[in-house]
Design a protein around this ligand. Structure first.
Ligand code: SF4
Ligand code: SF4
Length: 337
């Protein structure tokens, strides 16, 4: 068992949660994990996706992905990383459907096309190509829990984006929850989501015998999405002291360049990417709001533009001096909106 106390605390919520987990509870959780580790089969289906969520999962560093898939979960099916191919691979999900298996967690990555099943098929059953829609419907009917990983599966994401010419989404892409109406679906949004959010949620379900973690209004675990990026941002002191970047690469808060940290819930500034190496805001890219249901369209706004906040809305902000600075910059034409 390679999940030490520090790893476990970090995975389950970072520093804030660490103080709330007395070591006796942590030891109890570790023992529960040891006992339960053979009992979390996962079937991971990829629909209309770029596989970025899976790549993010493979970047799991602490504990490493090898440890996760050999000690805590049994990844029964995953199109991209499984060793089996062709009929052998498809037989895993075919059997799960036929035998009405109820022991697995269904993880869906990518959106579901509704205009034609031919837009996204996974394997063949008796010579018939099977659409991802059909697999998700049939597997979702019996799964112990359903988890959408990535904003494509959670909300439609990039495959559901609307062309600017008004022609509508070409594949009619929808989220897992829109397909499986009425079924509880946990959304691990993000483009991609942090690997800790995916693995941490699976382990939560494992430890709590199928029970889901507390969710926010978008069905995302509060543990990871409960605070905004802005609240946890490395550049928050700049924001509070009216130190704003005017150009990419400048020091200072990135609000005027279009940072969406105020509108986006996730803990990346604290958790950071690639083994605590860096964050979107710290590296100077700003937050593009990839965890939110309106990503990437934001109406017709798109990303990397200032929100069209009205004076009224700005006046609701807390810091008087900040509002004045923003209005000054806006009136001077430095920022959009
Ligand atoms: S959520 Fe983003 S990273 Fe994940 S499959 Fe969709 S486009 Fe790729
Ligand atoms: S960079 Fe973005 S998230 Fe950070 S303080 Fe500024 S507006 Fe908030």
């Amino acid at each position: 068992m390679s999940l030490n106390r520090r790893d476990f605390l970090k995975l389950m919520g970072g520093t804030a949660a660490a103080f709330a987990f007395p070591s006796v509870i942590v030891q109890g959780c570790k023992r529960a994990l040891e006992k339960a580790s053979q009992r979390l089969p996962v079937i991971w289906i990829q629909g209309q996706s770029c596989s970025g969520c899976s790549v993010s999962l493979l970047n799991k560093i602490d504990p490493g992905i090898a440890s996760v898939v050999t000690e805590y979960v049994s990844l029964d099916f995953h199109q991209t990383v499984m060793a089996g191919t062709g009929d052998v691979a498809v037989s895993v999900i075919e059997e799960a459907v036929e035998k009405k298996r109820k022991d697995f967690i269904l993880v869906v990555e990518g959106s579901i096309p509704t205009k034609s099943d031919e837009y996204c098929t996974i394997g063949e059953v008796r010579g018939r190509r099977v659409g991802v829609r059909e697999w998700v419907e049939k597997l979702g009917a019996n799964a112990k829990a359903i988890v959408s990983v990535g904003s494509c599966a959670a909300f439609g994401g990039i495959p559901a984006a609307l062309p600017r010419d008004g022609s509508g989404n070409p594949t009619g892409a929808i989220s897992t929850a829109q397909l499986l109406k009425g079924k509880p679906v946990v959304n691990i949004s993000g483009c991609p989501p942090h690997p800790d959010w995916m693995v941490g949620t699976l382990l939560y379900v494992l430890l709590n015998k199928g029970e889901l973690p507390k969710l926010d209004e978008y069905n995302r675990p509060l543990l990871y999405y409960g605070k905004t990026v802005h609240e946890q941002c490395e550049r928050l002191p700049d924001y509070k002291h009216n130190h704003f970047a005017k150009h990419w690469g400048d020091e200072g808060c990135l609000y005027n360049l279009g940072c969406l940290g105020m509108d986006s819930g996730c803990d990346i500034p604290k958790r950071k990417w690639v083994g605590t190496f860096n964050s979107c805001t710290n590296c100077g890219g700003g937050c593009i709001g990839c965890t939110e249901d309106v990503f990437p369209d934001y109406g017709n706004r798109g990303i990397f533009q200032h929100l069209n906040a009205s004076r009224e809305e700005l006046n609701k902000l807390e810091h008087r001096e900040t509002i004045e600075t923003i209005l000054k910059l806006r009136d001077g034409g430095v920022i959009n909106g």
